[in-house]
Design a protein. Sequence first.
Length: 586
Amino acid sequence: MDYLPNHLSQEYCQDLQHDFQIVNRALRVLSACTQAVIRAVNEESLLHDLVHLITEEATYQMAWIGYVCHDEAKSIQPMTWAGHEAGYLKTLNITWSDVPSEQGPTSEAIRSRQPVACQNMLVDPIFAPWREVALQKGYQSLLVLPLLNQEAAFGCLNIYSSQAEAFNPREVSLLKELSDSLSFGIVSLRTRQEHQKAELALRMSEEKFSKAFYDSPIAKTITTVEEGRYIDVNHSFEWLFGYDRSDVLNRTSLELGIWHNLNDRQQMFQQLKSYGKLVNFEAEFLGHSGDKILCRVSSELLQVADKVCILSVIEDITERRKAELTILQLNAELEQRVQERTAELTQSTIKLQILNQELQRSNQELEQFAYVASHDLQEPLRAVMGYTQLLMSEYRDRFDDTANSYAKYAVDGAKRMQQLIQDLLAYSRVSTRGKEFVPTDCNAVVQEAMRNLQMAIAEKSAEIIIEPLPTINGDRSQLVQLFQNLIGNALKFCKNERPYIQIRSAKRDTDFLFQVEDNGIGIKPQYLDRIFEVFKRLHTRREYSGTGIGLAICKKIVLRHGGIIWAESTPNTGTTFFFTIPLSIR
């Protein structure tokens, strides 16, 4: 039958499309984060905007940002969060300590300065101290990204997902780019804030001015107007250019040779003379060791005693410019990658359309098969059974035991063939004759399935326990067939004991999980994967009747409803069948 490969091809294309959606989602969030960094006016709003981008745009369950504290406990202070937090952070005592019992993903990311992923909180031993609380909140996996400033970690970005194995390598790489952009934005805002504070301090009293001048983290100089001879420099100037203060005073920048391009010096002095001040003039300088330093210079005239001097603020923007160029390059690459992904998605869409067409053709062939199976194939079988039964009735006195046995075998074989055709017909119609999904009470569905099996239930005195079941969106007739097949299996594969069957369900984040548990003969582990395949029987027809299609029909019904089905079993103890139905099915 050729519809199974088409069905699998469709699933593969859906997985491919889902992968593209995840990557494109991460690219959009990274692009939005970059724009937020560029537009940010203060650190608090930047952190707030980022965690909301992650939880709202990327649909992660929760995200929070913490800063490293250099206290005795080496604690990590949560600064902001978004998503389904529900008091989770208040229950934690997160540190970056090297004490083994206090080490977790966040601690490891801070100390290693590398991203750390906990892909499955349920089994990852590093997450054991926090597992119970996290699982109560619905978290399944976690990615921690350190926030770095020149290789030193000053904080971390924590992203939680309600799905296990949620962070594939491609998405981790993109999220690391996001955390790098955030780190750059925070450091830039802090540097800008320091710059603004330093400029304000210049307008204070001489004592405050002196303190601000010498203690400023930004290089500052006071020079004469005429020659540009240094009257004073601060410690940051010494650190930036590699000169001792005593080697600089009473000398000019020309004598020190710190200008990489003398035209920049001429242009700077020309602007200063024309406008009385200089704002954010960029020039390249040479340090004492000859290394190039890209700086941003702002200058203004300052009255010192009875002389007018030039006060200059020199900010090293070498790393910033590299980062800005990196961001521009990243934006260009992001645009290119988005275009490439869009083109790939377009191609995939075209392939999917070719496959929706192939599937339609396959469905038409299945319809034709259904017609043949329901009419042409069954008609000869009815003739075989009818004439054989007539022979047995009219010529019984002429048949010996061997002839009667042969005739009986012929009738039984025809009946099995007819049942097989009917089962194949039912299997094919799961997709082709399915009804529109409507709200369906599963309690009523199970009761109808039990009415259809009432003779088998009564014959075996089976005990069936049904816990309250939900109302779901689905095809009622197919759901009845699903439960009828599972209950029927439990009744059939129970040798000596009185059959005991329990049916229950649980609501999860995105779906309902149903369980049908029995006390039957069980299934060996190596056969659990093959029981849902067509014609895969584990027993002979003499042991247990049937065509080997019932569980294949169950699988096809569950797949049509957007879920999955599997079994867990212990031989000679019993089997539990599990299947899921999404909370919302379109």
